[in-house]
Design a protein around this ligand. Structure first.
Ligand code: PRX
Length: 646
């Protein structure tokens, strides 16, 4: 916890869209009369038929339904592309920076329009219609944005699966939303290494079926198997179509995309976002949080496979007519200065990344940063996990040379966009705090019983009323939506995060309070990793918890009980790590595996995860009440054999 406060500098307050007084007035107006506030701000996007109804939202108990601008019609692709043609057709929309520094290109809004239309025609020729689901499994290439916008243009619903997920994970996501089309590339390229995307798609489809079309972008030109009648190279299909395709008129509440995310239980959930409210939120927050001005070069280093890439590489910036940089590579290739080299190469003004990247670069010292200029940088952002004050200070002092404010943005896949964040011209910064809610956002801290805590307090973070970017349902399972988010504290949206509010009303997110862990800013359900482990023939039982990790924020700690007759060994440990990577993907690799002859259970057989968490955190003295354990001796054994490698 840091008590340091950074004031807003005079030039920022003078130049920014929103200063402290304006923030106060906007926030107050949004709370006093949300209808009037959003009636006004909803007009920031183009409408085909304007809305007359603004907010129709219910958090239960009973009815949980969320509708914004429900009688309006519009099209997201029109808003991100066509509407800019007249005023900025020749302005660069996307700067693409390849994995290899010798590869980069710039795509203007006019070129973007032509590409998106061509893509839409290729999709339409293969039967994609309004409401159909299309799965994207792509590297960070401009085609990812084209394909997203082509789906939106036709009213099809995209579901992007991060390229680091295994064929099994991909198969589950294709199946859950019954996609008939998958869009992929021959291979991805990251840090000089190839990722076999098309081969993974083939393996996934073998498991699920139902996919009629696979569209393959040539990225590396590597040889891949093509199934006749099902698979087509994009360039060959594109040569047969025109670059004109009208944008379909969509209702405000028609689905825009599904994005799977991990929760405490069960399979990943298909978070569903709809058309207008989502776009209004993405564009509103992109403009104000990043204080985006005409002509700025903006770079968010996320992958489009995560929500940050959806809202802050593609939809928010393009809706605002911005120049958005898309980076295919990794921060350490070909050198540890890569981020800053790219900043200098393209004159980046606004830079948005994750604390895990900052912490890993911090480990290499200041020189790799200082040998670059970075004089174009004006604003820095952070997202995905709590940023520890040391990493914040380093980011501020070394990367930003003390002149760039840092916006620590708190939000979730479910929220569609940023909810709690500083506004750079308005908010004093405290390292480690996401600071204050944006206009339209009503945070509430509650205790375990759901009682609201006022003033300075610590508890569980809920949001008391809807905002336009909120998810609408879990795809195909509205009951799960209600259960997951609105049943713990009836009538409120429960975020799953713990939070402290200080005497200045600043919010400090303390991390997940459920069985979700946050590894390098990626959400992982402990139950998913456990079920992958117990699927191994030598494993009888597994329990997975998070533990503090210097770079990743949290690491994955797995307690594994073997089948009778199996012997623990380092080789078996490696085998299990490889197994989980194959089942879920590299992002789920356990960092530590402890073989345990037994797990701590209550007499009714429930695993006491609280105890396992404390042991993983090395807090042996804080195990709490162990009197309800069926066999207290297992805890002593776990402590004795705690894996001490970090
Ligand atoms: O625990 C919070 C953490 O990331 C979770 C959401 O993960 P995901 O849906 O994958 O979205 C990540 C990108 C928005 C939250 O429940 N989190 C996200 N941003 C922050 C954060 N924790 C602290 N500070 C943040 N700025």
């Amino acid at each position: 916890m840091s008590e340091k406060v950074y004031d807003v500098s005079a030039d920022w307050a003078g130049r920014a869209h929103i200063d402290a007084a304006k923030y106060g007035a906007m926030y107050e107006a949004s709370m006093r009369d949300p209808e009037a506030f959003w009636a006004e701000h909803g007009r920031r996007i183009d409408w085909m038929k304007p809305y007359t109804r603004v907010k129709n939202t219910h958090f239960g108990p009973g009815d949980v339904s969320i509708r914004w601008f429900e009688d309006g019609t519009t099209n997201v692709s029109h808003n991100c592309v066509d509407r800019h043609l007249e005023t900025r057709g020749d302005q660069v929309a996307i700067i693409w920076e390849g994995d290899d520094p010798s590869e980069s290109k710039k795509i203007t809004y006019r070129e973007l329009h032509s590409e998106v239309c061509r893509w839409a025609n290729v999709l339409r020729n293969r039967g994609v219609e309004r409401g159909d689901r299309v799965t994207l499994y792509l590297p960070m290439i401009p085609e990812a944005a084209y394909a997203m916008l082509a789906c939106a243009r036709l009213g099809a619903v995209h579901s992007i699966v991060f390229g680091g997920f295994s064929p099994d994970s991909l198969a589950g996501r294709i199946e859950d939303c019954a996609s008939k089309m998958v869009i992929t590339a021959d291979e991805g390229l990251r840090g000089g290494r190839k990722v076999p995307l098309k081969a993974n798609v083939d393996a996934a489809i073998e498991r699920v079926g139902g996919v009629d079309h696979v569209v393959v972008v040539r990225r590396t030109g590597g040889a891949v198997a093509m199934t006749p009648g099902r698979d087509v190279y994009y360039d060959e299909a594109a040569a047969m179509v025109t670059d004109e395709c009208p944008a379909v008129e969509m209702n405000a509440e028609d689905p825009l995309f599904i994005l799977y995310t991990s929760g405490s239980t069960g399979k990943p959930k298909g978070v569903l976002h709809t058309t207008a409210g989502y776009l209004v939120w993405a564009s509103f927050t992109h403009q104000y949080v990043f204080d985006y001005h005409e002509g700025d070069i903006y770079w968010c280093t996320a992958d489009v496979g995560w929500v940050t890439g959806h809202s802050y590489i593609v939809y928010g910036p393009l809706a605002n007519g911005a120049t958005t940089l898309m980076f295919e590579g990794i921060p350490t290739y070909p050198s540890i200065s890569r981020f800053w080299d790219v900043v200098d190469k393209h004159g980046v003004n606004i830079f948005y990344t994750a604390p895990t990247a900052i912490r890993s670069l911090m480990g290499a010292g200041e020189d790799p940063v200082k040998r670059t200029s970075r004089k174009s940088l004006r604003l820095l952002g952070s997202v995905g996990e709590p940023i520890n004050p040391e990493a914040w200070e380093w980011y501020h002092r070394v990367v930003g040379e003390g002149r760039c404010p840092i916006v620590d943005t708190w939000w979730q896949t479910e929220t569609g966009g940023i909810l709690i964040s500083p506004l750079p011209g308005a908010t004093k910064l405290k390292p480690g705090s996401a600071t204050l809610p944006l206009p339209g956002v009503k945070p509430m801290i509650v205790d375990a019983e759901g009682k609201e805590l006022t003033g300075a307090a610590e508890g569980n973070l809920c949001i008391a009323d809807s905002w336009p970017g909120q998810m609408r349902t879990v795809y195909g399972d509205h009951e799960r939506f209600v259960q997951t988010y609105f049943s713990t504290y009836p009538g409120k949206y429960f975020t799953g995060d713990g939070c402290r509010r200080d005497a200045d009303g600043y919010y400090w997110i303390t991390g997940r309070v459920d069985d979700v862990i946050n590894v390098s800013g990626h959400r992982m359900g402990t139950a998913e990793v456990e079920s992958a482990l117990v699927a191994h023939p030598k494993v009888s039982e597994a329990a997975v918890v998070g533990y503090p990790h210097d770079i990743k924020g949290q690491g994955i700690y797995a307690y594994v009980t073997l089948m009778a007759g199996e012997t623990p060994s380092d080789d078996l440990r490696k085998e299990l790590v490889a197994w989980v990577r194959r089942e879920i993907g590299p992002i789920a690799s356990p960092d530590l595996i402890q073989f345990a002859p037994g797990l701590p259970k209550t007499r009714s057989g429930k695993i006491m995860r609280r105890i396992l968490r404390k042991i993983a955190e090395d807090e042996f003295g804080a195990l709490g009440d162990t009197s309800t354990l069926a066999d207290p001796a297992v805890v002593d054994d776990l402590i004795t054999n705690r894996q001490n490698k970090r």
